[in-house]
Design a binder for this molecule. Structure first.
Ligand SMILES: [Ca+2]
Length: 348
């Protein structure tokens, strides 16, 4: 009985060990998902940069921190940038420049209309730019802007780009020199993106933009699961402080209701080195230090695309090289190990 109990105890202990390890793992997992994001942390919500129901004073009150233009209609439950009508453009802008170095913007939006599949457009753009209220051809805002744009493009203009489905979300950083190419859905200047079903959803749809320590992350929550899914995550992004947040939308021959329900800006508590702190962050020029810069994506005279994605056989070759490398390392390691063992034996 004693030995049986001992055995049981041992089993229980190992089970407990297993449980505690699993628990710790689960907590860590949960943390990596939730602790990563400020999610509704009211403490860090910046009201002067946030747009929330019932949008008190927006448009009518001179002291309002938001201003709008074009077809934009402010009701008590949504801000409609465009109605479901042809050739409309509208935008809404935060009039207070943002001097936070690290931030996260949560946008609740609703894109809906009577258009059937592929017969709707054009989408919403979210902005963090030097200028505000400058109407133009890029989803109702000016081209060759300075700053960051996130496009929620619902209409495929480029019939050659069938490798991706629409709606497509993409990011662009501009120092004022690059034009957004509507005909190619901005593909030549995009930094990353993903296809997401964001139109005519029954439930609430959200998008989050996080900018911290040069890293730009875009996440979406559109499946009514109350969880963020990563869409874009790139490093080496430089954006100044002192720019304005905004949202714009446009319709063309095809249309949709483009509604913003809320824009909530959270400050991220991130430490910077004294050198970083001493920099004048308002003087930073928007840029991205990728292997390929957005400009390098522009068609070159030979008609080829620089920085095209790796084709199948190139990926295969790379994988093969990696595999060979691993095999060589393993063999060398084994030989060295064996030699050492033999030497040890000789000493005895
Ligand atoms: Ca488009």
């Amino acid at each position: 009985i004693i030995s049986l109990r001992g055995c049981l105890n041992k089993k229980m202990r190992s089970f407990e060990g297993f449980l505690s390890t699993t628990f710790a793992f689960l907590v860590l997992r949960l943390c990596s998902v939730t602790c990563d994001i400020t999610d509704g942390n009211a403490e860090h919500l910046k009201r002067e940069h946030s747009l929330m129901k019932p949008y008190q004073g927006v448009g009518s009150n001179p002291s309002s921190q938001w201003d709008f233009w074009g077809s934009t209609l402010v009701t008590s439950s949504y801000v409609r940038l465009t109605p479901d009508e042809r050739s409309k453009q509208g935008s809404i802008w935060n009039t207070v420049p943002c001097y936070l170095k690290d931030w996260e913007m949560h946008v609740q939006f609703k894109i809906h209309g009577s258009g059937k599949k592929n017969l709707h457009g054009d989408g919403i753009a979210l902005w963090y730019t030097k200028d505000k209220l400058h109407p133009g051809p890029v989803f109702g805002n000016q081209d060759q802007f300075l700053g960051l744009a996130i496009f929620l493009d619902t209409f495929r203009n480029d019939l050659h780009g069938m490798d991706r489905s629409f709606p497509f979300i993409s990011a662009m950083v501009n120092n004022g020199s690059v034009s957004y190419d509507h005909g190619k859905d901005g593909r030549s200047s995009e930094l990353g993106g993903c296809s997401v079903e964001i139109r005519n959803r029954e439930h609430d749809t959200y998008l989050a933009i996080r900018y911290s320590k040069g890293r730009l992350t875009v996440m979406v929550d559109v499946d009514d699961k109350n969880e963020w899914k990563e869409c874009i995550d790139i490093g080496g992004v430089r954006l100044p402080t002192g720019y304005f947040f905004g949202a714009s939308a446009a319709t063309g021959d095809l249309s949709d209701n483009h509604d913003i329900i809320s824009m909530k800006l959270y400050q991220l508590m991130v430490e910077h080195t004294p050198e970083e702190e001493n920099l004048d962050w308002t003087k930073i020029e928007p840029s991205v230090s990728l292997l390929k810069s957005p400009k390098d994506n522009v068609d070159d005279p030979t008609g080829n695309f620089r920085g095209t994605p790796l084709t199948g056989w190139k990926v295969f070759l790379l994988l093969l090289c990696a595999l060979l490398g691993i095999v060589v390392c393993a063999v060398v390691g084994a030989v060295v190990f064996q030699k050492r063992q033999e030497r040890n034996k000789r000493f005895y």
